[in-house]
Ligand binder design. Structure first.
Ligand SMILES: NC(=O)NCCC[C@H](N)C(=O)O
Length: 472
């Protein structure tokens, strides 16, 4: 498996996903906030009417041979990782399948089960008990916290459908993240064992970068439960071969952003890192919840993140009661022969325009599509349901949620075709449309349930390989 991503917009060739597992259907209202869900989702609808369409789209674009054999059946066997009839693609990889395969490696099985048992505070006998299960059953237990018979040992990891957050491929390296939220700890532990041990990533082992906790974090007072160095994948965006964006947000700390930048500069993986500090708010969460690129010269974003904030002008800024919290601040750091050079960037649009023109050598006009068409109150309403969080399948062709009407109309006004996932899939099946001939199209995925989990198609993908946008 070749791992390589040097842009967000060139043709997607391989990615890591995770189909909603039964753990997602076990979220209880009293734990919903702790498990990072604002609502209780209907699992069957999420799978059959929404996520399965997402998987079919991915397969049509990335692995058409595999989807040729698809015939719908009420059991959804095609979509169930490790079961009979599973699609088993080497381009659209489910983390549950890779986990099952690493559990088959004896030197990995025991330490992985011991590590999960330790962080979930299982007894020694429980840990021994887990080891008796088959690889397939064990992978389910490690992900959902329960056996197929319904015996529950520890909580599920319902946010694992958002594979974006566990790691990011930066050129030919992968940056493994450190979650800010306790509910996502097991996800990154499992991801670590997969990337270090799965045969797919063998040649790539020396290109893994980990974020470590601050050396002195253990000296923090007991009540400081927040980890010091946390970084989640939604805050890391590989926008151009020489340029990486890192957000400082509700989830990613300045310390971890700096650590990632230092490590990447040291290994000369990228030349520029722009740090974007966004307000520390649940509705912004990561930078990919407020903007994503669609083409070299087109970005979708929340306009409110660009507008100059009141009382943010020189002279007034420091007089505010909480001067730093609400501001968007951007600095670009460049690793030059003379050392690291830093410059301040005026606002997000200025940064994105510069990336399009300077880093992506774009000669066309740079266009911005605004969430909710920047009409009050739709900008914020639709950003909350992931209008700015799109996954690009090939340049100009992206997956969006169907519920964000105003944003989708704004795409249409900029010349994009808007099509429903069901219609596109039926045309692919009939052979009347070829994915590779599609251009400037936004494919709308049904999203009533998926959007309740607080992430869009960008969050639901960890691109492992994209076509090279151009040489470094
Ligand atoms: N990159 C992203 O923005 N991921 C969305 C994660 C949503 C998940 N419920 C969470 O709060 O972590």
């Amino acid at each position: 498996m070749k791992i390589f991503v040097n842009s967000e917009v060139s043709t997607l060739e391989a990615l890591l996903i995770h189909s909603p597992d039964s753990g997602l259907g076990k979220v209880v209202p009293s734990k919903a906030q702790d498990w990072l869900f604002e609502d209780i989702i209907h699992l069957d609808t999420m799978r059959k009417k929404e996520y399965d369409l997402y998987v079919q789209l991915l397969l049509h674009f990335l692995d058409p041979e595999v989807i040729k054999n698809y015939t719908p059946d009420p059991q959804r066997s095609f979509f169930k990782p490790n079961g009979p009839g599973y699609y088993k693609s080497d381009k659209v990889l489910d983390i549950e399948r890779l986990l099952c395969e690493v559990l088959a490696i004896p030197e990995v099985r025991i330490p992985l089960v011991a590590a999960v048992s330790a962080i979930e505070e299982c007894s020694y006998l429980e840990m021994e008990h887990f080891l008796k299960y088959s690889d397939r059953e064990l992978s389910k237990i490690l992900l959902t916290g329960m056996t197929e018979e319904g015996e529950m040992f520890f909580p599920p990891v319902p946010n694992l459908i958002f594979t974006r957050d566990i790691g990011v491929v930066v050129n030919d390296h992968i940056l493994l993240t450190r979650p800010s939220k306790l509910a996502r700890t097991r996800e990154s532990l499992i991801a670590k064992y997969i990337f270090f041990n799965h045969p797919y990533f063998q040649e790539f082992r020396h290109n893994i970068i980990e974020i470590e906790e601050d050396e002195e974090h253990f000296l923090l007072p007991e009540d400081k439960t927040r980890r010091v160095d946390t970084l989640e994948g939604g805050d890391v965006m590989m926008v151009a071969p020489n340029h990486l964006l890192i957000g400082i947000s509700e989830r990613t700390t300045l310390e971890a952003a700096r650590q990632a930048m230092d490590k990447l500069f040291q290994k000369k993986v990228v030349q520029k890192v722009s740090i974007i500090k966004i307000p520390n708010k649940r509705d912004f969460m990561h930078i990919d919840t407020v903007f994503t690129p669609i083409k070299r010269n087109v970005w979708v974003l929340l306009k409110a993140i660009v507008k100059p904030q009141r009382n943010n002008e020189e002279g007034w800024r420091d007089l505010q009661p909480t001067p730093m919290e609400e501001q968007v601040l951007i600095r670009t750091f460049e690793n030059t022969d003379k050392g690291i050079v830093c410059r301040e960037v005026e606002n997000l649009e200025a940064l994105l325009e510069d990336i399009s023109k300077t880093d992506l050598a774009c000669t066309e006009k740079v266009e911005f599509v605004y969430s909710g068409n920047d009409q009050f109150p739709y900008g914020e309403r639709e950003q909350w349901t992931d209008s700015c969080n799109l996954l690009v399948l090939k340049e100009g062709v992206a997956i969006a949620y169907d519920r964000n009407d105003k944003t989708n109309a704004a795409f249409e006004a900029k010349g994009f075709k808007i099509v429903k996932a069901e219609d596109v899939l039926s045309q692919f099946q009939k052979g009347t449309l070829n994915p590779h001939e599609m251009e400037n199209t936004i494919i709308l995925l049904p999203s009533a349930e998926l959007s309740r989990a607080r992430g869009g198609s960008h969050c639901m993908s960890l691109p492992l390989r994209r076509a090279r946008i151009f040489e470094k």
